[in-house]
Each structure stands twice: as structure tokens, then as C-alpha cells.
Design a binder for this molecule. Structure first.
Ligand code: HEM
Length: 411
């Protein structure tokens, strides 16, 4: 693999339509066209690097916070996320991360397994043979119910509906911001309304005497005691709602779609292998964004200060020299060693080092428990007619609704 390929994109370039259509598709097309570790894209005044090599990804990710900084798209929604852990830097980031981590450790997250299993059962109990299920709706609702429980505790039906509505509004605002279909003023107004709603809900929950014990809000309200800290708690919640919602629900959707498409029976699948294969081929966070703090040398190459660097996780996890092929095949994981793949940065769906996903264990627990519950009920879906491709919608999302028909289910 050669080190660098430089591509100048002019208005007549074959890539221009792809860039306009979907940035994810553009990234993958250039990455397939040129087998280089780094691709430098030059387009008008803007320039950025695409990194397609695991070793180089390791170099950048392990030096984040020192030689490289987290930069990114998500900064563009800084107005939405406020001071949350995803956008915080330096000491603030370290403190906030330390304050959140106890909520996301294995012991705490394991205490939610029964809840996840029960709400999954509630949803699938009403499913009937030949019924067509909107899988994205199913997994979205589940992931929001789970987030509601972990973040706030036992919410009333009305409160859970508020959480769902506010999260969907925030995501919509983010999409409008990207599509530029609303003015700055209109967006700001919508952000303020959504934030005000969440602030009120958080306040209502903190001041209620009811059962929010054991939730993130309860934990944070003991850590942050000043009157103004309520805003930080709110921003932390917004961050977790956005970071933890579509990521998990998309993974569940891709897993079920791929099982049906490949005629793989859930009964015969090892759920750990299924989760890893889905995260390998459909990493919800398909690229990480960084920038060099100063000019940084890597072998004979120099990353220029400040230029965005996109680590293309999608491409790195589809390396056929490591995995053999790009087919969806959960059984391959019986022969693979997860720790080795993670160590070599060939498998990094949750990132690594100082910015590694806080919700990794929560996501894995949620995904595996939901899939395990479907397996228990012997759910089998019909092979779908439609081919559904991934597109970029902050997270790697299906290009259209995913409908699957139930072939069989045990009572
Ligand atoms: C399949 C599901 C998920 C995937 C694939 C995923 C992936 C990632 C990745 C790759 C990063 C690192 C970003 C970077 O280095 O720039 C990250 C960060 C983060 N994730 Fe997740 N995530 C998932 C679910 C969750 C959940 C459920 C939560 C919490 C409820 C969560 C909360 C966060 C937070 C707060 C960060 C920022 C950490 C920091 O900057 O210190 N994620 N996630």
C-alpha cells in the first residue's frame, strides 16, 4: 500500500455528484479507486485527509489529546450538544468522562438486562406470522426506551414520550443544519425550544421524590451540586441521547436485515459473533475526525496542522487481507481473535484510547440482549426483495426504511 494519493476535485470531476449525493459513498469510492494509506482531497479552498490504514489509525487515535485533537462534524452541532463530554476538551473532557464512567461500567449496565429483555418481549409478543415489521421503528423505539431508563430511571409514559420527541427533534435539527434547509435563526429557535424542554424534564425528575434512583441523572445530581450545574447535566443528557440512540438502533437494524438477506437462521447464530460481524461491516460511527495540533510527521509524510483527518473505519474493517472477504458471515468470528484485532486497530467500532466510546458496554448489552430475545422466540424473517445500502446520516444508516416480514415465531 503506497502512502499518499492526492486528488484535486474540480467541477467536472467524476466524483462531484457523489460528493453532493452522499459523503460516505464518496469516501468509499475514492478509497476503492486508490489503494493508498492516505488520500488527500483538495477541493477549492478546502482540503482534508482520508486515512485507510489500521496502523496509521492507531498512530493518530493513540496520540489524540497530545499531537491530534478531536475535531468534527459533531462540533457543528456544538450548539445542540453544549458542554457535553463529546465536545468537551482537555481537563473538562477528562473530568466529565470520569464522572460519567461509573454509570456505564459492566456491573451497572448488567442491572438493566432484565428491563431490556422485558420491553423487547412486550414489543414482539404482539407480532404475528406474515406481519410486516418496520425494523428501524422497532429498534429506534427500543433504544429510546432503554436510554430513558438508564438516563432518567422509571419514567411515566408521558415523560418517556417527551424523551422520544425531544431526541427526534434534536436529530431533525441536526439534519436540517447539514442540509441547510432552514435559516440559522430558525435552527437556533428550534434548538432553544428542545433544550428548554429537556431542561424542564431534567428538573422535574431531579426534584421528584419518585424512582429515579440508580439512573444517570440521579448519579450526576450527586456529583454536580451547584445550582448552575443543572445545565451541564442537561448537556450531558443531550449528548448521551444523541450518541447512544441511532448508533445502537442502526446496528440492530443492520443485523436483522443481513440475517434475513443471507437466509441465516437466528436459532443457529452465536449472538456475540452476530454483533461483532454487524459492527465490523456496518460500524455506526463509520469515520473518526481528528486534526493535527502542529505539523506532525509520520514516516516520511507530514500531516499539516489543522487539516481535517477522517479515519475511515468502514474501509479499515473491510480489509480482505485481514478478514478474507467482505461477506456477512458471523461464523468467521469463531476463528478470529477479538483482542488481537482490536490491538492492531483492524476492529475499532468503538474507537480507542482517550475518546473511546463510553457507552460501549451499554451498546453491546443492549444489542445482544435484544437479539438474544428474538432468538429465544425463534423469530424468522423472510428474505427481503430490496437491496438496502448504507448512507451517511451522522451514523451509518440504511438508505431507506427496512421492512421485514415474519415467516415464523414461537408463541
Ligand atoms: C453500536 C453502538 C455504538 C457505537 C458503534 C459507538 C461508537 C463510538 C465511537 C467510534 C466513538 C469514538 C469517537 C471518536 O473517537 O471520535 C464513540 C464515542 C462516544 N460514545 Fe459511542 N457508540 C455506540 C453507542 C453509544 C452509547 C449507547 C452511548 C451512551 C449512551 C455512547 C456514548 C458515547 C460518548 C459519550 C462518546 C464520547 C466519548 C468521549 O469523547 O470521551 N455511545 N462512540
Amino acid at each position: 500500500m503506497n502512502m499518499i494519493k492526492e486528488i484535486k476535485i474540480k467541477s467536472d470531476s467524476k466524483y462531484i455528484n457523489l460528493i453532493k449525493k452522499d459523503i460516505f459513498m464518496f469516501f468509499q469510492q475514492v478509497s476503492n479507486d486508490f489503494d493508498n494509506k492516505i488520500i488527500l482531497i483538495k477541493m477549492g479552498f478546502s482540503q482534508f485527509y482520508i486515512v485507510n490504514d489500521a496502523k496509521l489509525a492507531q498512530f493518530i487515535i493513540s496520540k489524540t489529546g497530545r499531537d491530534f485533537e478531536k475535531l468534527g462534524e459533531l462540533r457543528a452541532i456544538g450548539d445542540i450538544l453544549g458542554e457535553g463530554v463529546l465536545t468537551a476538551k482537555g481537563k473538562n473532557h477528562l473530568n466529565q468522562r470520569r464522572n460519567l464512567l461509573p454509570m456505564f461500567n459492566k456491573a451497572n449496565i448488567n442491572s438493566f438486562v432484565e428491563f431490556i429483555r422485558n420491553i423487547t418481549l412486550q414489543k414482539i409478543n404482539s407480532w404475528k406470522q406474515n406481519e410486516v415489521i418496520n425494523i428501524m421503528d422497532f429498534s429506534t423505539q427500543l433504544s429510546l426506551d432503554i436510554l430513558g431508563k438508564v438516563l432518567f430511571g422509571d419514567l411515566s409514559k408521558d415523560q418517556q414520550e417527551s424523551v422520544t420527541r425531544i431526541t427526534k427533534n434534536l436529530l431533525e435539527i441536526y439534519h436540517s443544519q447539514r442540509l441547510k434547509n432552514l435559516s440559522h435563526k430558525e435552527i437556533q429557535k428550534k434548538i432553544n425550544i428542545a433544550k428548554e424542554e429537556l431542561y424542564n424534564l431534567t428538573n422535574e425528575i431531579i426534584s421528584s421524590t419518585s424512582t429515579f434512583e440508580g439512573s444517570l441523572v440521579s448519579h450526576l445530581s450527586k456529583v454536580y451540586k451547584d445550582e448552575d450545574d443543572i445545565y451541564l447535566i442537561r448537556d450531558e443528557i443531550i449528548t448521551l441521547l444523541l450518541a447512544g440512540h441511532e448508533t445502537s438502533s442502526n446496528t440492530i437494524t443492520w443485523a436483522l436485515y443481513q440475517l434475513a438477506k443471507n437466509n441465516i437462521n437466528l436459532e443457529s447464530v452465536n449472538i456475540d459473533n452476530l454483533a461483532f460481524e454487524t459492527l465490523r461491516l456496518y460500524p455506526a460511527v463509520w469515520r473518526l475526525t481528528r486534526a493535527a495540533i502542529e505539523d506532525i510527521n509520520y514516516e516520511k509524510f507530514k500531516f499539516k496542522k489543522g487539516l481535517p483527518i477522517y479515519i475511515n473505519i468502514y474501509k479499515i474493517q473491510r480489509n480482505i487481507e485481514v478478514y478474507g472477504d467482505t461477506n456477512f458471515n458471523p461464523t468467521r468470528w469463531s476463528q478470529l481473535t477479538l483482542s488481537q484485532l482490536s490491538k492492531n486497530f483492524h476492529f475499532i467500532p468503538f474507537g480507542s484510547h482517550s475518546r473511546r466510546c463510553i457507552g460501549e458496554h451499554m451498546a453491546l448489552t443492549e444489542i445482544k440482549t435484544i437479539l438474544e430475545t428474538l432468538k429465544e422466540k425463534n423469530i424468522k424473517f423472510k428474505k427481503p426483495d430490496k437491496e438496502i445500502n448504507p448512507i451517511d446520516k451522522i451514523t451509518l444508516s440504511p438508505s431507506q426504511e427496512v421492512y421485514l416480514e415474519i415467516l415464523s415465531k414461537s408463541v
